[in-house]
Design a protein around this ligand. Structure first.
Ligand code: NAD
Ligand code: DAU
Length: 339
């Protein structure tokens, strides 16, 4: 079996590459990634030593190069992680989000149609459902919750989801879609809440909490997401959407305080800053469908996952220090100075 993974030099894509190489040692794993600011070859250092792994530095919007890869490699399954993924960046500059997340998805599916495929899987997000109110803890996102997006990022992901389902209905492309909640774990780019707070706390820098920090996210350890996708591409029904989440809702402020505690840093580092525009209040996934149909359940509890994650950032300082020493400084100044 040949599995083509796009966005495999990013956070979840790289974790998926390592998961698949270990779980299916006889599979060939092809990675297509154009290495944006979020893609990092050092993340794939170990994978590159494996003869079952191949890397292509290609943009998913580059139709000619994508078709060439399909013509030469004939992948059986495509898992599309490649995307612009950061909400704050989408608020500053929406265009690249529409280009990569929607048009790139179209190119990947056109290649699947042209060359034939057993399964095209679209990695989507719970953000396509919009948000839930804080005073209704009884409400959860199910697969039939209407699409109701808030940011250019989530709108671009929702556009892609609709296109994927349309390719199934119109052309019979064998697709599936998963919508997962917030992931955390190794190789998470330090622009996102958890790795940013770990890196700043370790450097005794202020911890910028948007608004009051009462927004709730439903956190899932990245390996549990990878397991869910592996199940869906092998056993999930074609044309279906599966929500992925572990009933682990936490307020941002509580996550940041927990990170301070784990690292022995004072909570006085916490600095409340201007809120994100259009900030979603609460995400919460109902994972009943994937549990009932595929037997998936998350395995890593948050208390253990966050410890493992902090340990990883302590043991892999070079990985994130190299990232935050470059262009990231300009990004950080633009987003956080005078906020
Ligand atoms: P990431 O930003 O860490 O990685 C994205 C990767 O895609 C990078 O390696 C980047 O170089 C690559 N990429 C971007 N544009 C590309 C293009 N045009 N062509 C080829 N490669 C390109 O993202 P992530 O957090 O790992 O998210 C992966 C996917 O999972 C995304 O589709 C995202 O919407 C989805 N998702 C993420 C989360 C989360 O909590 N991070 C949760 C649910 C769903
Ligand atoms: O729910 C899935 C989504 O989770 C994915 O689709 C996205 O790709 C991924 O980036 C993530 O989106 P969020 O916007 O929820 O994640 P982020 O880490 O950017 O922010 C988490 C919460 O923390 C959010 O309420 C904003 C807040 N925050 C974030 C940053 C970076 C802060 O308070 N301060 C910060 O500096």
């Amino acid at each position: 079996m040949k599995v083509l993974v796009t966005g495999g030099a990013g956070f979840i894509g790289s974790n998926f590459v390592y998961y698949m190489l270990k779980k299916h040692p006889d599979y060939d794993i092809l990675c297509v990634d154009c290495l944006t600011y979020a893609g990092n070859m050092s993340t794939l250092e170990e994978a590159l030593k494996n003869p079952h792994f191949k890397f292509f530095k290609v943009n998913i919007c580059d139709r000619v190069s994508i078709y060439k890869i399909f013509e030469e490699e004939h992948p059986d399954i495509v898992v599309n992680f490649a995307a612009e993924s950061h909400v704050d960046r989408s608020i500053e500059n929406p265009e690249v989000f529409l280009t990569t997340n929607i048009l790139g998805t179209q190119v990947m599916m056109d290649a699947c149609r042209k060359y034939g495929i057993k399964r095209y899987h679209q990695v989507s997000t719970d953000e396509v459902y919009g948000d839930l109110p804080l005073d209704r803890p009884d409400l959860f996102f199910t697969e039939t919750t209407p699409i109701h997006t808030s940011s250019p990022y989530s709108s671009s992901k929702a556009g892609a989801d609709l296109l994927v389902l349309a390719y199934h209905r119109t052309y019979g492309l064998p697709v599936s879609v998963s919508r997962c909640s917030n992931n955390y774990g190794p190789y998470h780019f330090p622009e996102k809440l958890i790795p940013l707070m770990i890196a700043n706390a370790l450097n005794d820098k202020p911890l910028p909490v948007y608004g009051e920090g009462l927004n709730v996210r439903d956190w899932l350890y990245v390996e549990d997401h990878c397991k869910a996708i592996d199940l869906i591409i092998h056993k999930g029904r074609v044309g279906e959407v599966y929500n992925i989440g572990g009933h682990n809702e936490m307020r941002n402020i509580d996550i940041v305080k927990l990170i301070c505690k784990e690292l022995g840093k004072p909570e006085s580092l916490i600095k409340h800053v201007g809120d994100r525009k259009g900030h979603d209040m609460r995400y919460a996934i109902d994972p009943t469908k994937i549990h009932n149909e595929l037997g998936w359940l998350p395995e890593t509890k948050f208390a253990d996952g966050i410890k493992k994650t902090i340990k990883w950032y302590l043991e892999n300082r070079k990985w994130w220090e190299d990232i935050i020493s470059g262009d990231y400084q300009n990004y950080y100044a633009k987003m956080y100075n005078n906020r």
